[in-house]
Design a protein around this ligand. Structure first.
Ligand code: GTQ
Length: 348
């Protein structure tokens, strides 16, 4: 049974309603259907696309206008218009920014309660230091900066380095739990390549990991490995099956951060494929290739380095525009959060 005729504010005596408000109270029933709509969420998130060709010149200009010392992090935030441009939300739970660092610049050491990752878009010579380990940033690499771990960025190459930041900031800020601590530069106490050497091969772990788990063992996922793994997976996947790899914690096999999930998708030449319709929201970033995305009633053409917001409960079809080259996508979602909350659903 569904109630369709709930009482409104206008049904109530004005003085009664004003007294409720004066006492910091409200009647639920006029607003009940807004917060508990039937069947599926009332989504404010729009399926928007941010084209790299539009954002890149503005980001490079920020490099001229604002010295790094005046920015701490030189970032243009991708804001979903459906969620209010001031709120720094690509989807309701996911923050996305494009960060620029120029040669010789450093983004100082800090740690914070939100979880963050970097996904490298262009440039060579960038690095992030996490937990005393210097992590090289090559195009397409995923670098984790888990909640509460110190991290700082630098650039030893030439030309601009740009990466995509994904954070659970809207969630952590929304529960009044977002804060940051600044620190002096970290002492690097590990050899470059340590965590990928120890944990970077699926199915193999340092023997000691059987008895002693590390909280966040693998902090860098090189794109060259992900791309090769996708191609291998594609070879054994029948046509019509989505070629998608999850980035996981190699010790547990579970998602690598508490709230945000990461995956990579390969669209085979000419492939058109539906994503499972599910409760989670996501952001898709184009690593390589071009194509189109149908998201509910919207359609967007995409090309390399574009970024697309996908609302919760959205029907998504992706297609590769090339008949002879694969396309590669990186996806951030809030599925780990949904799973922890017990609200994760796949509808087909
Ligand atoms: O690089 O640590 O886009 O702390 C927003 C907040 C990047 C970072 C962002 C941050 C960072």
């Amino acid at each position: 049974m569904s109630t369709t005729h709930l009482g409104t504010v206008e049904d109530l005596p004005k003085d009664y309603y004003e007294k409720l408000v004066a006492n910091n109270t409200l009647p639920l029933w006029p607003a009940l259907r807004a917060v508990l709509p039937h069947g599926k969420p009332a989504r404010r998130t729009q399926p928007v696309i941010w084209r790299y060709a539009d954002v890149r010149p503005d980001l490079l200009r920020a490099g001229e206008l604002t010295p790094i010392e005046k920015a701490e992090r030189r970032v243009l935030v991708l804001c979903n218009p459906g969620l209010g441009l001031d709120n720094m939300q690509a989807t309701a739970s996911i923050y996305i920014g494009l960060q620029l660092i120029q040669p010789g610049e450093t983004a100082p050491n800090h740690k914070h309660s939100p979880s963050a990752v970097r996904f490298v878009i262009e440039g060579e010579g960038g690095f992030t230091v996490v937990n005393g380990e210097k992590l090289p940033m090559e195009k397409g690499d995923l670098i984790l900066t888990p909640p509460g771990l110190w991290h700082e960025h630098g650039h030893e190459g030439s030309g601009p380095v740009v990466w995509l930041d994904a954070l659970d900031l809207p969630l952590i800020y929304g529960i009044d739990a977002s804060y940051c601590t600044e620190g002096t530069s970290q002492t690097i106490d590990k050899v470059v390549g340590t965590c990928t050497a120890r944990y970077g091969r699926g199915g193999l772990l340092p023997y000691s990991a059987l008895d002693q788990k590390t909280h966040y063992p693998l902090l860098r996922f090189p794109w060259k490995d992900v791309r090769a793994a996708l191609q291998q997976l594609a070879e054994v996947s029948p046509a019509g099956q989505l070629v998608q790899l999850a980035y996981v914690n190699p010790e547990t096999g579970a998602e690598c951060l508490p709230t945000l999930g990461f995956s990579a998708i390969m669209l085979r030449p000419g492939e058109q494929i539906r994503l499972p319709l599910r409760s989670a929201s996501s952001v898709v970033h184009v690593v390589e290739g071009a194509g189109a995305a149908h998201v509910d009633d919207a359609q967007h053409r995409f090309s390399a380095a574009d970024t697309l917001a996908i609302p919760t409960h959205a029907a998504v079809t992706l297609s590769n525009a090339s008949a002879d080259q694969p396309a590669f996508l990186f996806m951030v979602d809030d599925a780990p959060l949904h799973r922890k909350l017990g609200i994760y659903e796949v509808f087909d």
